[in-house]
Design a protein around this ligand. Structure first.
Ligand SMILES: C[S@@+](CC[C@H](N)C(=O)[O-])C[C@H]1O[C@@H](n2cnc3c(N)ncnc32)[C@H](O)[C@@H]1O
Length: 181
C-alpha cells in the first residue's frame, strides 16, 4: 500500500459531507483537493507559507471545480487564529515536490500546529500526519512527534504509528483519533 493511500484510509468513515477539514500543508494541492471532495457541503481550510504552493493549490482546485476551500498564507502553527474547530486534518510534512527543498516543515512549528490542532479537533475526528525521516529535519520531527504523541491519555485518544519496519528511513504515519465520548 502507498503511504498516501494509507494516510487517506485513516479518514474512512469519519467524515460527513458538511464537516470542516484542515489541510495543514497545502503544497501542490493534491490533499486539499481530496479533502474538498469529501465535504461537498462543508469547508476545507488549507495552510501553506509559500505563495507558489497556494497558487498551485488554487489552480488545481479550480481545474477540478472545487469551491469549498479557504487558502491561508500563514504557518499552520497559527491555526487557532483562523479555525475554531474542525473534524479531521492532514499534515504531509517535508518540502513541496517540485519546489524549493530548503523550505521544509520545521519541528518547532510542527509540534505547535499538532498540539493546537488536536485541541481544536472535534470528538470523533482524526488527525493524520505523514512524516519523511529520510532527511535530518524530518528525522527530528518524527522523533519529537513520537515523544509528544505518546503522552496523550489513552482514555481519550488513540495514537497509531504506521510504518514499514523493513525500511527504517521510509515515510511513516501517525494517526491521532479523539474518541467520541
Ligand atoms: C510535502 S509538501 C505538502 C504536499 C501537499 N499536501 C500536496 O498534496 O501537494 C509540504 C508543504 O508544507 C509547507 N510548509 C512548510 N512549513 C509550513 C508551515 N509552518 N505552515 C504551513 N505549511 C508549511 C511547505 O511550503 C510545503 O508546500
Amino acid at each position: 500500500m502507498q503511504l498516501l493511500d494509507a494516510a487517506k484510509s485513516f479518514l474512512d468513515g469519519k467524515i460527513k459531507a458538511d464537516d470542516t477539514l484542515v489541510d495543514f500543508t497545502a503544497g501542490n494541492g493534491h490533499d486539499t483537493a481530496y479533502l474538498c471532495s469529501l465535504v461537498p457541503k462543508g469547508k476545507v481550510y488549507a495552510f501553506d507559507i509559500q505563495k507558489e504552493a497556494l497558487e498551485n493549490t488554487r489552480n488545481l482546485l479550480s481545474e477540478k471545480g472545487y469551491e469549498n476551500a479557504e487558502l491561508i498564507l500563514d504557518s499552520h502553527a497559527n491555526i487557532a487564529k483562523y479555525v475554531s474547530h474542525f473534524k479531521c486534518g492532514m499534515f504531509n510534512l517535508g518540502y513541496r515536490p517540485g519546489g524549493d527543498k530548503s523550505v521544509t516543515t520545521l519541528t518547532e512549528s510542527t509540534l505547535k500546529a499538532v498540539t493546537d490542532g488536536i485541541e481544536l479537533m472535534e470528538k470523533g475526528g482524526v488527525l493524520v500526519i505523514s512524516v519523511y525521516p529520510g532527511h535530518a529535519e524530518g528525522e527530528k520531527e518524527g522523533r519529537e512527534l513520537y515523544s509528544l504523541l505518546s503522552s496523550y491519555d489513552k482514555a481519550y485518544y488513540s495514537v497509531i504509528q504506521y510504518k514499514m519496519i523493513n525500511s527504517p528511513t521510509s515515510p511513516f504515519i501517525f494517526a491521532v483519533e479523539k474518541y467520541d465520548k
